[in-house]
Ligand binder design. Structure first.
Ligand code: GRF
Length: 208
């Protein structure tokens, strides 16, 4: 049985596009995207999901006045999709998931957590902070998500050395290249070894 995943997006969808590409070319095996949830309707990621023919649902943070809360709606959709793993892919909100999803939600962050993470630390702001701090290296981190931004057990990290002439753009480009390798690698491991592997890996918190 393939590992059935849901992918949660908010914007660009480059992470989603990479996963689709890896599944299509066979580098990501035995993984199927059962659902994409987007927190924005007019974002490129929605077009990417549609073009790939994936099941897609849009959830707005402001919907909550008339029905279930934003998080409860996501939970409903993910429940209906019957997925084993939820992959946060540039998802900019906190999904307050119920306990049954603990250990089954992954996030990728464009820096070496626990540094340079937390609420509001996304996109170019992360790289600006890394450069401003004069850090010698950056990279990306895949971690098991919990109910706080960028917290939760680290599953794998990939390091990227900083160059003296780095700008936000050049650093972002190398970090994104590292992300395109690391996220599918981790998901592939889950497909092969199950959620138990994820739990063990999170408990060990090791570098890739
Ligand atoms: C990546 O930098 C990732 O680390 C972060 O969101 C960015 C990708 O956004 N979580 P997107 O997939 O292009 O929307």
């Amino acid at each position: 049985m393939p590992l059935r995943i849901a992918v949660l997006i908010s914007g660009g969808g480059s992470t989603l596009a990479n996963l689709i590409c890896r599944i299509d070319d066979g580098r990501l095996r035995d993984v199927t995207i059962g659902l994409v949830v987007s927190s924005g309707s007019a974002v490129p990621g929605v077009g990417i999901a549609r073009e790939a023919g994936l099941a897609l649902k849009i959830v707005h943070t402001k919907d909550s006045r008339t029905g279930p809360s934003f998080s409860a709606r996501i939970t409903e959709l993910v429940d209906e999709a019957d997925v084993s793993l939820v992959v946060l892919a540039g998802f900019l909100h906190l999904w307050r998931f119920p306990a049954r999803y603990a250990g089954r939600v992954l996030n990728i962050h464009p820096a070496l957590l626990p540094a340079f993470g937390g609420r509001g630390m996304f996109g170019r702001r992360v790289h600006e902070a890394v450069l401003a701090a004069g850090a010698g290296e950056s990279g990306c981190t895949v971690h098991i998500a919990n109910l706080e931004y960028d917290q939760g057990p680290i599953v794998a990290r990939a390091r990227v050395a900083l160059r003296p002439d780095d700008t936000v753009a050049t650093l972002a480009e190398r970090v994104q290249a590292a992300e395109r390798e690391l996220y599918p690698e981790v998901i592939q491991r889950v497909a092969e070894h199950g959620l138990e592997w994820l739990r063990e890996r999170g408990a060990a918190s090791a570098d890739a």
